[in-house]
Design a protein. Sequence first.
Length: 228
Amino acid sequence: MVKQRILQSLLSVLLLIGSGFCLKLCLANIIAARPLMSIVDLERTANVDNVKELTKHFNRMQTAIKLFPSNANFYTLAGRYHLLLNQSKQAEYSLASTAQFFAKAIELEPTAFQHQAWQTHYLYQHFGWSKDIDIKLSRALEVGKYEKLSQQKLLPIAFENWQKLSKTNQLNTHKMLDNMFNTYINFFRQAVRVAEKYCVLDLLVTHAINAQQVNEIEAKKANQRRCK
């Protein structure tokens, strides 16, 4: 009888702990829902004038992190808002602090491609090319070379710095291109647009899987005048 009561007490404690865990997670997700819905439009339109709105969303993410600090996605989302606030020229939002959010997300989920892609994109945009970027790019390509977000964020970095890339990064970029050429047509055309911008259209020819793709690449090459 005593053992049974002890077991019942332990079970009650575990259920209470579990309920608290679930409650915090649910509440944190509710708080993060509005910032999550708003971030893409804010990034797409580069609308950093409404500091009040950005600050409100960022503060919500801070609250969500406090409630559930083991959710890596919260840190990456907070980092994206922090970056927008920095772009709005608010001095209190430093770039160094932005880096800490992405780094924490990677610490919690080191194999999740989205954290690696955002960190590499952010570091390159604000500090330019370096050996450290090459290392970060290597990790990001390794875990996310077939993901749409990685293709959007990493392919421009790879093409702009093609001659500086490590052999591993060049190989993984070619694997990324294979995937882009073999999936939806808009992925292929995205690769062409980026290659045209950075004058590396020649890199695409061997990835073409049909005559249509070859013709589109050759047409872009023929009309490209600003590349040496």
